[in-house]
Design a protein around this ligand. Sequence first.
Ligand code: ADP
Ligand code: MG
Length: 309
Amino acid sequence: MPSAILTRSLTKQYGPLTALTDFHLEVDQGSIFGLLGPNGAGKTTLIRILTTLMRQSSGDAFVEGLDTRTQGREIRRLIGVVPQENSLDRYLTARENLELHARLHGMEARHYRQRIDELLELMGLAGRQKDFPDTFSGGMQRRLVVTRALLHEPRLLFLDEPTTGLDPQSRRAVWDYIRSVAGSMTIFLTTHYLEEAEQLCDRIAIMDHGRLIALGSTQELKERLTGGGNVYQIEFDEGAERYAAVLREMVCVREIEVSGRTVCVALEEWECLSEVIAALNGAPVRRISLRERTLEEVFISLTGAGVRE
Ligand SMILES: Nc1ncnc2c1ncn2[C@@H]1O[C@H](COP(=O)(O)OP(=O)(O)O)[C@@H](O)[C@H]1O
Ligand SMILES: [Mg+2]
């Protein structure tokens, strides 16, 4: 079984600007894969190459084993695309937008009518199918574009920033619909929302300035941080600075940070906690809690900065 997506040394230049550099990526079939990066990182550029809308400058890209340079027609039959901008026809009703897409994909009426009915129901749009997209909320328009991308039963769905600009509630609704269609196909989405990648994706690639910076599951990415995925937060009644000085000398303490009465420690390994507790014998400890690292911390440790909006 070929990978859903495979790129090797992929590069894209826009004149003097390098938007993608030496990009290696592999995505398994059936997974939900998230490409995470700030604005201008090169996410849309990569999607455009993979969906055969644009040609790479050098390197290879394969979709289900098909070469983006020579097998565009075959690839386009296999994929559904939700572009960054909605691209709905505002002079057609929601249903007519879907029918037009079905016909462009050579589907027959007896086949697409039922499929449209089912998908409109699934996406919670059945009641609004005779309305024009301009009368829809941002979240509904997005769901309509997702519906359109699913019509011809693609094996691979590309979503370029599916929820950018949506309010948190609509964002969650779109996530639910994406989850409900996952499983039967591969989903490749781009986002600059860390939470979105964390909530939806099996595996995540982090990119910035055209380069792939890290690749793995959320858990794997967090484990690369000092002290692994977890940091202990120790709250003292008093003397936090003094006890922090004691802990700082310990071999098993990798990183330590004091803020007020609370001391955060990243340990060499999980098992070191007992040594820490022994060293604090008699100290006025109010509470010890485990704080899970966030994807934001991973991003900052890899790029030296937060995600640019
Ligand atoms: N058609 C184009 N011509 C010239 N530069 C472009 C073009 N499209 C994108 N870029 C530039 O390439 C870089 C990557 O853009 P893009 O792939 O859209 O990033 P993202 O989707 O992550 O925001 C940016 O610096 C952007 O300004
Ligand atoms: Mg983009």
